[in-house]
Write a new protein. Structure first.
Length: 176
């Protein structure tokens, strides 16, 4: 017997549903082209954990609401000096963007959350449409299968200015 459920976490950044043994996780920031921020990545990680834990789920599909799958990381807060204005946390152990060490630590923690697609026990499928850029490729290329619509545009434009992508999925999947 298959279960059916649907929920949207507080803040509405992720939609999660289970139907016919398929868990669907939708990035729900269409006004920001589903750009990744700390709150969205955390909610995505929690949804992936739930899907992986559930016995009524055999496969997970990650998709984006609106025109794009994911436009990458939301840099508006980062360049304003607060990388996480939507989810302030007064008990931070590290700052966001004040030191190189803090930047590296934050990058590592974010990558760790996104890497769960690779570590999940169930197949995870990225359903790409529109733009899938920068951090969006971190998410998509960590999945077991990538299905791209005819309008999909996949790339990591920041590589030209900032060097290699942090998780090197491009090297593993596409070659140098």
């Amino acid at each position: 017997m298959t279960g059916s459920c649907k929920w949207i976490r507080a803040g509405g950044l992720i939609e999660f549903s289970v139907n016919e043994r398929i868990a669907r996780i939708a990035l729900n920031r269409p006004d920001k082209r589903n750009a990744l921020n700390h709150a969205l990545v955390e909610q995505l990680h929690q949804a992936l954990l739930e899907a992986d834990d559930r016995t009524d789920v055999n496969v997970v599909i990650i998709e984006g609401r609106g025109r794009d799958f994911c436009s990458g990381y939301d840099l508006t807060g980062a360049y304003a000096g607060d990388a996480d204005a939507e989810n302030p946390d007064p008990m931070r152990y590290r700052t966001r963007g004040e030191t190189l060490d803090d930047d590296c630590w934050q990058l590592e923690r974010t990558q760790e959350a996104l890497m769960f697609t690779f570590d999940a026990h169930k197949p995870v499928i990225a359903k790409i449409h529109g733009n899938c850029l920068a951090g969006g490729t971190d998410l998509a290329l960590g999945c077991d299968i990538v299905i791209a619509a005819d309008d999909a545009r996949i790339g990591f434009p920041a590589t030209r200015a900032n060097g290699n992508p942090p998780n090197h999925w491009w090297v593993y999947h596409c070659g140098p």
